[in-house]
Design a protein around this ligand. Structure first.
Ligand code: SF4
Length: 365
């Protein structure tokens, strides 16, 4: 990042794009690339002030909180180079098999106590096919649905068969996380054991089943700003409802262990660019928040984020939930997101209420 006064030409161009998005318009890919390429701190603050207005316009002051629980850890056959859970790398990450129903219901209860709407069940494996594991998982989701403490979400890898997605929907899964991770072009530097197209196809099966799509990526793996821009546009095309932005927290033993961390202002700028490209979606800051942003964590909302993952991540520790809730209170933001649904596709009104994709949250208040 470079210091300096606001460049008048940049200032008016950012304002022009910001106004267009506020009025329901879109920016082009070339315009998105131009935003991602901004360097001066003053320009980035300017960009963030518009991203903040766009967030206010489409999401109000509500913040969507999610948590995850690792229901099967480590020993994964895949080679995602950022991941501590791949069996191919020597890491300190724990390994265990599918946890029992009671542990999941306790996590759902804890989520509710913390005001968290969605609880994602996450498993470290390649993906999900028909068979006894799917049967067992569906029982867990049905139990969560019945218990009603938290919205049953999932992150269970690749789905190759529409029937699997349909079964999950019937069992109560409302939102499924499956990240694109990065741009199509950079993807082969991240993972070679499954393809980008398998990821895209998984999302299509889930959409066809009527399950909400949570899909985003990881910043700081060595990708260019153009790759980040391409990721944002791919997610827009796919119709993601929630877009998690993770920032790489390099794990010892993984091939990405020595990646240089991104400067916090580069992260904030990227979040703001995602908000310009995806004005109506939930933009959720997830893994790597505390370690990469440090004292600038609260600025994610000014940069346009409308959602945050709270509680621990899969293999790394987050800051305590009460600290996050205090941060929201201090900012005057409201974590009681439950009445909003996923109001993110074209057709949502100014409050984001009348969405084409309206998913009823499980939590009734
Ligand atoms: S990201 Fe998922 S699929 Fe990739 S190695 Fe880790 S657990 Fe396996």
């Amino acid at each position: 990042m470079t210091e300096g006064k606001i460049d008048v030409i940049n200032h008016s161009r950012i304002a022009e794009l910001g106004k267009r998005v506020l009025q329901g318009g879109e920016i082009t890919r070339a315009e998105g690339e131009w935003l991602f390429a901004l360097e001066r701190t003053a320009d980035i603050f300017d960009l963030m002030s518009w991203a903040n207005r766009i967030r206010e316009r489409f999401k109000g002051n509500k913040v969507h909180l999610c948590s995850i629980i690792n229901i099967k850890a480590g020993g994964c056959s895949e080679n995602c180079r950022f991941c501590a859970q791949s069996a191919l790398y020597q890491t300190d990450s724990p390994r265990y098999s599918l946890i029992d129903e009671q542990s999941i219901l306790s996590a759902a209860e804890e989520a509710q106590t913390n005001g968290v709407v969605g609880l994602g069940l996450v498993a470290a494996w390649r993906g999900l096919d028909e068979g006894p594991v799917l049967d067992e998982l569906c029982e867990r989701f049905e139990a969560m649905k019945q218990n009603g403490k938290a919205r049953p979400d999932a992150s269970l890898g690749i789905i190759r068969n529409q029937r699997v997605a349909d079964r999950l929907k019937t069992a109560g899964v409302e939102c499924y996380n499956h990240n694109l991770e990065t741009s199509r072009g950079f993807y082969e530097k991240v993972c070679t054991t499954h393809s980008y197209d398998e990821r895209v196809q998984t999302i299509r099966h889930l959409k066809a089943a009527g399950i909400g799509i949570c899909s985003g990526g990881i910043l700081g793996m060595g990708e260019t700003r153009t790759d980040r821009c391409e990721l944002a546009f791919s997610l827009k095309e796919l119709g993601a409802n929630v877009v998690p932005i993770n920032i790489l927290n390099p794990i010892d033993g993984t091939p990405f262990q020595d990646r240089e961390p991104l400067p916090p202002m580069e992260v904030l700028k990227s979040i703001a660019c995602f908000r310009f490209i995806l004005p109506r979606q939930e933009i959720m800051v997830a893994g790597g928040r505390a370690v990469n942003l440090r004292d600038l964590q609260s600025m994610i909302f000014m940069a346009g984020a409308s959602a945050m993952m709270v509680g621990n991540y899969l293999t790394t520790i987050n800051q305590p939930v009460d600290k996050d809730l205090q941060m929201l209170k201090d900012l005057g933001l409201d974590p009681s997101w439950d009445k909003h649904g996923f109001s993110d596709q074209n057709g949502a009104d100014s409050e984001g209420q009348n969405a084409v994709t309206q998913l009823e949250p499980v939590l009734a208040k």
